[in-house]
Design a protein around this ligand. Structure first.
Ligand SMILES: Nc1ncnc2c1ncn2[C@@H]1O[C@H](COP(=O)(O)OP(=O)(O)OP(=O)(O)O)[C@@H](O)[C@H]1O
Ligand SMILES: Cc1ncsc1CCO
Ligand SMILES: [Mg+2]
Length: 278
């Protein structure tokens, strides 16, 4: 994999700023069917960015509620059999209504039950799939493989070929988080370089950035690739600024949310770093 000359950095800065400002103006409603660990940080990340989160996951509410949303996030991090029908109903309805939906295959390699559920959800055509390196490899190979629960045993760069193959077979944009966050549609590959390693020491930051991807895509569903890379970069940038103020993971969590809320145009234009790979 070769990194390309950095000529598009300014374009990506302005793309990221346009997406973040649209998000703040439009304040899209994002339905989150997510794991029990992630609910708080996911809702707070969406609010800080300018979106409206709603943790609505009963199958009885989906026919009334999902049509009013601008995007849906589905995360299998604490999946039990009773939640799966609601996830499928929401994903199916989003698909039918032409709304973007994003899958987070959290800890997909942990069990056959989770893997089968994720493969069934992929059949419902997510707009974007975002996982860490181990999750994308497990999902792409449809195998339990090496995993450490919700944490990754792989570098994100180890999963790029798996991500390209998953993107081609599913038609989804696939994103891998890690030291560089890669995004591919099966042909193009870009890497978002923003972020700090300490983000891994706060639970569910990956889940939170998946929800931010859904919110960015909601503001421009026809450019899901660009919106996904922008969301990953903006979240990483908020982490970098937050890290400058933090003493450890707990205060980083607070400063991450504050920094996302306070991001301004100059900072985004200057510091977003997204490059192309081939
Ligand atoms: N080594 C690293 N350097 C910089 N940023 C990182 C690094 N590893 C992860 N990140 C960032 O941390 C955030 C979470 O990514 P991670 O890959 O840890 O997700 P995850 O494993 O799915 O997390 P979770 O399951 O806890 O939600 C992303 O914004 C990612 O860019
Ligand atoms: C710790 C943990 N376990 C299942 S989901 C989750 C949150 C990070 O994905
Ligand atoms: Mg995860």
């Amino acid at each position: 994999m070769t990194e390309q000359e950095d000529t598009n950095t300014n374009t990506w800065g302005s793309t990221s700023w346009t997406r973040l400002s649209s998000l703040r103006q439009q304040s899209p409603l994002i339905q989150c069917i997510t794991n029990l660990v992630s609910m708080d940080i996911m809702a707070n990340t969406l609010l800080a960015a300018g979106a409206s989160p709603a943790m609505v996951h009963s199958i009885l509410e989906i026919p009334d509620f999902t049509p009013h949303t601008q995007a849906v996030v589905i995360n299998v991090g604490t999946l039990t059999p009773d939640w799966l029908p609601a996830m499928k109903a929401a994903a199916g309805l989003a698909n039918q209504l032409g709304k973007p939906w994003v899958l987070d295959p959290a800890a997909v390699g942990a069990s056959g039950f989770r893997l089968k559920a994720c493969l069934e959800l992929i059949e419902l055509k997510p707009t974007v799939v975002r996982g860490n390196g181990s999750e994308i490899i497990a999902l792409s190979m449809a195998s339990l493989g090496s995993t450490k629960g919700a944490d990754s045993l792989h570098e994100s760069s180890d999963a790029v070929e798996a991500a390209k193959s998953l993107a081609k077979s599913s038609g989804s944009i696939v994103a891998i988080s890690g030291s560089v966050d890669f995004v591919t549609d099966g042909q193009r590959v870009v890497g978002a370089h923003n972020g700090v390693p300490m983000l891994q020491k706060i639970t569910a930051t990956g889940c939170a950035v998946t929800a931010l991807i859904a919110a960015f895509v909601a503001t421009d569903p026809t450019h899901a690739f660009e919106a996904t890379a922008s969301a990953l970069s903006v979240f990483g940038l908020a982490g970098e600024i937050g890290m400058g103020l933090a003493k450890g993971p707990a205060s980083l969590r607070m400063h991450l949310i504050d920094s996302l809320h306070g991001l301004d145009q100059e900072t985004v234009l200057q510091r977003v770093k997204i490059t192309s790979f081939s």
